[in-house]
Structures are given as structure tokens and as C-alpha cells.
Write a protein of this length. Structure first.
Length: 166
């Protein structure tokens, strides 16, 4: 049980807020008026999707003063001056994007699989009253890692199609 609690805490701490923002959980936080968009690269230099900079205005009471914000992994390259409804997490803006859903979904899955495998192995050990051979659990974990990538790519394609159609 402690392993599962630790896994849930790490998901909440690391990719959880971004995943919730990308998937559109909760109300829209505000609107970004785009000033520029560009193709971004990740830390290793690989294509990281489209990022946009712009002025962010919060929704709600008074809205507050506009501030500069980065729209990470945008669904498309938005024209300067266009307005995009976003959700925010950790000082960055997010919209529903296939690329973002795929990246953050795979990161979340890769974080969860080792903890779930360890929890399953510990449960089997407790059930049998001693240490159980972990070879099958390792193979299941490897298969789950591949399944996470396949599911992440599938979700990315489906969300990409959805955002293109709508």
C-alpha cells in the first residue's frame, strides 16, 4: 500500500498538474493573446512541439494584470494576435494538444509502471509468505512500458485528430 501511495504522490508532484491542464480538467483559467509561436526543442535537441509566447489574462474577479506566459506544446502554430483559452500549471499555459497528451501521458505511465510492478510483487510475496521469483514481474513491467508508449502515441493521434476537426 505504501508503494502505491508513494506512486500517487509522485504523479501528483511531478506530471500531475500538467496532465490535468492538458486534458482539460477543471475550468479554463484564462486567455493568452499570442505574440509569437515557434518550433521548440527539448533538452537533447529533439523536436519538442510548438511553443507560443503571449500575454495571459486570468478569468474571474478582476482578471488581474496581463503577464507574459509560455504556452507549452500548443495544438497548432497560432497567428500573432489570436486568443487561446488555456489552463495553467506551474507558471505555464497548456491547451488540449496531441503532442502534449502523448508526452505527459507517457511520462506518467513510465513513472507508475515500476511502482505498480513493485506493489504486485510485494503482494505476491505476502500472499505466498516468502520471496517470490520476480522474473515474470520484470517481463510484465517491460511489456507495460511498451504498452504505455503505444497508448501514449494512440492518445496523441486521437487528440491531434480531435483538435484538428474541432
Amino acid at each position: 500500500m505504501a508503494t502505491l501511495v508513494l506512486a500517487a504522490w509522485l504523479v501528483w508532484l511531478l506530471p500531475g498538474p500538467q496532465l490535468a491542464a492538458v486534458l482539460g480538467f477543471g475550468p479554463v483559467d484564462g486567455v493568452v493573446t499570442i505574440s509569437e509561436c515557434y518550433d521548440a526543442a527539448d533538452a537533447e535537441g529533439y523536436a519538442g512541439g510548438t511553443e507560443c509566447k503571449g500575454r495571459y489574462v486570468r478569468r474571474g474577479r478582476g482578471g488581474g494584470a496581463p503577464e507574459e506566459i509560455l504556452l507549452e506544446t500548443a495544438a497548432a502554430e497560432h497567428r500573432p494576435g489570436s486568443e487561446v483559452e488555456v489552463r495553467t500549471a506551474r507558471g505555464r499555459a497548456y491547451e488540449l494538444s496531441g503532442h502534449a497528451v502523448g508526452n505527459i501521458g507517457v511520462a506518467t505511465g513510465w513513472l507508475l509502471v515500476p511502482f505498480l510492478t513493485l506493489a504486485a510483487w510485494l503482494s505476491a510475496c505476502a500472499r505466498d509468505g516468502g520471496a517470490v521469483d520476480g522474473g515474470g514481474f520484470v517481463l510484465a513491467a517491460l511489456a507495460a512500458m511498451v504498452a504505455v508508449v503505444v497508448l501514449g502515441l494512440t492518445a496523441a493521434v486521437l487528440v491531434g485528430i480531435l483538435t484538428a476537426v474541432l
